[in-house]
Design a protein around this ligand. Structure first.
Ligand SMILES: C[S@@+](CC[C@H](N)C(=O)[O-])C[C@H]1O[C@@H](n2cnc3c(N)ncnc32)[C@H](O)[C@@H]1O
Ligand SMILES: [Zn+2]
Length: 394
């Protein structure tokens, strides 16, 4: 017997979840009969902003499928907080208890006729929508861990040229290279832990997704890709044009000793030894080294003043304003604390450091990946000289 559901509120939407099964300190999502993680509110807020932008772009009501819905909070929030934006919102989960909750959350919010519950396997349900006009406008894959087992069917079920696909990956330890054999078998890449692993994780995910789309002769175009809290998330469109993946992927060479790093376009060009200290270089990749967002799409997303009430709007706005600047920078950043530790220096104020790098004729910006990070085209030896010159002044 399941305990009676309790009512929660997120954004402007009320919905039910089952209470925790055991008494524990704090709210532990894995202790629930049906998954719900309140910390993912920003993830869901952004999907609301993205669907609103897609609706404006297409100029018609859109169709949505969330194949792994949990209690259905994401889809129900879409239906409530973007009234009249949808032709249909299909909410599926393999767990019968989740299906029951999805049904009652649809009823609770008066969404019958717009939102539809399903109790199927995610790949099975997506396959049903993989042909012609059955294809969907927005598919949101938000699983436990890696989204790769669902990527191929999701891509096949999305309309070419007009749809948006969203994928969350929470298997950060795999994507950050803690288990090298796992990242290779799941993502077809090698990587090791560095101070910019969160960015490598995002780029390895994009690489793998681009390859899966490429198998269907589709090109992915990242609209918004970012790291937050404990996950990476990508939104992209697909186009039926000949994929040019080879020019959009590459590698990074990394020196553990002096923290030199460099983008490598082609594997034949990868040096074995660090040009600065002669140590052995580690190679990460293949990974996506092209743009991680569309500036135009982000402008569209942020133009909707009516969504400023969303609980994490301010936080998301700050990330969304930074992403376009990151497009034109190298595919890695420097954690200034790690560099200063290595050099035994006091850490300067990041904005001050950025000004000094710019004064030296290099580009430098903050990165959304880390509040201790700086993206710059200055090589590490120049960066170290600047840090030295600042050390007596901080
Ligand atoms: C991370 S939760 C989803 C959270 C939800 N997207 C949200 O925003 O709250 C993952 C869900 O996937 C469901 N699931 C796991 N494997 C599945 C499969 N093969 N097909 C369908 N659902 C599955 C689980 O029951 C769980 O509810
Ligand atoms: Zn070195």
């Amino acid at each position: 017997m399941l305990a009676e559901p309790v009512v929660f509120k997120e954004g402007r939407t009320f919905f039910q979840i089952y209470p925790p099964e055991k008494k524990e300190k704090g709210f532990v999502p894995t202790n629930l009969k049906v998954f719900y993680n309140p910390l993912m509110v920003s993830n869901r807020d952004l999907s609301i902003m993205v669907c609103a932008a897609l609706r404006r772009k297409l100029g018609r009501a859109i169709t949505v499928l969330e194949p792994l819905s949990g209690c259905g909070v994401r889809g129900v929030r879409l239906g409530v907080e973007l009234e009249n934006f949808f032709q249909s919102i299909l909410l599926n989960d393999i767990n019968p208890a989740a299906y029951k909750l999805i049904k009652s959350n649809i009823e609770l919010n008066g969404l019958r006729g717009i939102a539809y519950p399903f109790n199927e396997e995610a790949n099975f349900i997506m396959s049903l929508f993989s042909q012609g006009d059955w294809r969907l406008d927005y598919i949101d894959v938000d699983p436990f861990g890696s989204p790769i087992p669902y990527a191929s069917t999701a891509i096949r079920a999305a309309r070419f040229d007009s749809s948006i696909l969203a994928f969350t990956a929470t298997d950060m330890s795999v994507l950050c290279g803690v288990y090298p054999a796992k990242v290779f078998s799941k993502y077809g890449a090698i990587t090791s832990r560095t101070d910019y692993s969160h960015e490598t994780a995002l780029r390895i995910l994009l690489y793998r997704l681009s390859l899966i789309a490429g198998a269907y002769e589709l090109t992915i175009n990242p609209l918004i890709s970012y790291y937050m809290d404990h996950y990476v998330r990508v939104y992209f469109s697909i186009a039926k044009t000949s994929p040019n993946t080879i020019n959009r992927i590459g590698y990074i060479s990394h020196c553990v000793k002096c923290l030199y790093r460099s983008k490598v376009v082609s594997i034949e060009d990868a040096a074995l030894k660090c040009p600065l200290c002669g140590s052995k270089l580690l190679l990460s990749g293949p990974m996506w080294t092209d743009k991680i967002c569309s500036e135009e799409f982000i402008k569209n997303v942020l133009s909707d003043r009516s969504l400023e009430y969303l609980p994490s709007f301010k936080r998301l706005k700050s990330v969304l304003n930074t992403l376009p600047l990151e497009n034109d920078m190298p595919p890695f950043y420097y954690d200034i604390h790690v560099l200063c530790d290595l050099m035994q220096l006091k850490v300067p104020k990041i904005d001050f450091l950025i000004d000094k790098i710019s004064d030296s004729g290099f580009k430098a910006i903050r990165t959304h990946f880390s509040n201790r990070g700086v993206k710059t085209d200055a090589p590490v030896n120049v960066l170290k000289q600047i840090l030295f010159s600042l050390s007596s002044k901080v």
